[in-house]
Write a protein that binds this ligand. Sequence first.
Ligand SMILES: Cc1cc2nc3c(=O)[nH]c(=O)nc-3n(C[C@H](O)[C@H](O)[C@H](O)COP(=O)(O)O)c2cc1C
Length: 290
Amino acid sequence: MLTIDPKDLNPVQTQAYLQGAVGPRPIAFASTVDENGNPNLSPFSFFNLFSSNPPILVFSPSRRVRNNTVKHTLLNCEATKEVVINIANYDMVQQLSLASTEYGDGVDEFVKAGFTKVASNKIKPFRVAESPVQLECKVNDIIALGDQGGAGNLIICEVVQIHIAEHILDDKGGIDQHKIDLIARMGGNWYTRATPGMFEVEKPLTTLGIGVDAIPEEAKKSGIFVGNDLGILGNVEVLPTTEEINQFLAENTSINEIKENNELMFKKAKMFLDAQDVTSAWKTILATIK
Ligand SMILES: Cc1cc2nc3c(=O)[nH]c(=O)nc-3n(C[C@H](O)[C@H](O)[C@H](O)COP(=O)(O)O)c2cc1C
């Protein structure tokens, strides 16, 4: 294991390690205007949702590592206290990347990157028509995290108007997680497209799961179950009774025949887990343990 004190790294190295490890990061495509109303549009992946009541988003334009200057988006947020955070999807990624180019003062990245402006309802900055969700925000606070190159500036935004493209909605009017086709930033030049990698994890029981500590040591030490298996086994509320286990063995003679062989039994339980049959997995494990 590489063990590092960040004080021994330069800011570029620190940034590279942290951006490589903390991800995927969602992307705020921030639209602002300066005091004269000139539009600006830039992506920021130091971004997330922090509260829903009040609805608060935070993103962070950093001081540039190379020359310790600040970004137009920060100056505009300080001056006007308004920003539209446009959510980025896969169809926008190449133009969004182009919009991150460090154009000079007053250059309109909507024009340079080829995005379409739509007037906002409650604030001056424009929305990005191509974005599936556009969030009009007032800036409540800006917190500078330092004064050296690489220091972030937390822009704390309160959402005052939400716009959602109808084509990303599901039957119940919620946001369909496949249709929105989100992207996120990782280390280096890497991005990820959420849709192909999505999987569901059942929420923990509202009642209490028995916990990994309740799984028999013999099963845990077998090396057959990985961490995800243990999490699934620990998320059940009650274990099968002896009667249920006996009935299961009576109905499954092939399992009954191997019940003296722990390794084969645990492998069988693992097969049940892989097939999402947690109850049979537990019955097999408990039939093994004497
Ligand atoms: C996907 C992506 C994410 C980015 N995230 C950040 C970020 O979180 N913080 C930051 O300071 N710069 C970030 N950048 C770089 C800025 O977008 C870039 O410096 C931009 O030119 C700033 O524009 P501005 O000066 O008009 O505000 C990111 C760039 C890309 C392409």
